[in-house]
Write a protein that binds this ligand. Structure first.
Ligand SMILES: CSCCC(=O)C(=O)COP(=O)(O)O
Ligand code: MG
Length: 257
């Protein structure tokens, strides 16, 4: 894996989080177990809050679309007691997480739940050593930096605002989550370029997931696959189809004209 010079005309870098800026183990071993261990208590304590009811309503709408076992979230009614409804939501959250689903409904609830963990200093957002120096360098070269993650915008801001390297939020010009669309659909990348106010060709997308890279490339973005310890293995065909790096140090950015 050699170094890569960003093509002329690229003015923005769009970054995935899990497997790209941040170890998968941080998400799988710290963030997700926090949700699994605390979702019942969180729902019991926040049940009457508007935000919590809105999250449950979104999970219910998603469950209706899924028509799946454990995709069931009971509708409040005379027969369904609150504890029974909460248990339905808990089962649904555990079921979705067992499949690592990236539904907007699940991600919104997770983002709301992680607030308390970050506020208590119980969790600090992990970033690879090479990430912050590279982002600072790219920013000095006038590159605009954005995040696109399945994690909600709130979850993204919590992670970078409370990172092991301090508050990193000033590095980013903006954040995108699945409310713009799935990371597997090209249309999402076109919408992001529209929001940024540039053409897709002016954007470099860094991700660990080749299906995301394919969608971004089809939309016209430049893409680089980030290979980190613990990321899903790439096939020989995937390795041959995309530029690969294992550190942000390998990206050379010329000053934006
Ligand atoms: C933003 S922190 C939580 C990470 C998360 O929930 C997730 O699904 C990561 O997805 P990504 O698109 O960043 O790979
Ligand atoms: Mg990822």
């Amino acid at each position: 894996m050699g170094s890569i010079t960003v093509p002329a005309g690229v003015t923005s870098v769009l970054l995935d989080i899990e497997g790209t800026t941040t170890p998968i183990t941080f998400v799988k071993d710290i963030l997700f177990p926090y949700i699994q261990d605390n979702v019942k208590e969180y729902l019991q304590n926040h049940w009457t809050k508007e935000e919590c009811q809105e999250d449950v309503q979104q999970l219910r709408l998603q469950a209706e679309k899924d028509h799946a076992l454990n995709g069931f979230v009971p509708i409040p009614g005379n027969e369904a007691e609150v504890e029974q409804i909460i248990q339905g939501v808990v089962d649904n959250v555990h079921w979705q997480m067992s499949l690592d689903r990236k539904t907007t409904a699940l991600k919104q609830l997770q983002g709301h739940m992680w607030r308390a963990a970050y506020a208590a200093g119980q969790v600090k957002g992990e970033v690879y050593d090479d990430v912050v120096p590279a982002l600072r360098k790219w920013k000095e070269a006038d590159m605009k930096l954005y995040i696109f993650s399945s994690g909600s915008v709130e979850a993204q801001k919590l992670l970078f605002g409370n990172s092991i390297e301090g508050d990193l939020l000033e590095l980013f010009q903006g954040h995108f989550d699945t409310t713009v669309g799935s990371k597997l659909e090209s249309e999402s990348y076109r919408k992001i370029a529209d929001h940024i106010g540039c053409s897709t060709e002016n954007v470099l997308f860094l991700t660990d997931v080749t299906k995301e890279a394919k969608a971004a490339k089809e939309a016209g973005m430049n893409v680089v696959i980030v290979v980190r310890p613990g990321n899903a293995a790439l096939t020989d065909e995937e390795k041959a189809s995309y530029p690969l790096i294992n550190s942000f140090k390998q990206i050379n950015v010329n000053s934006v004209q």
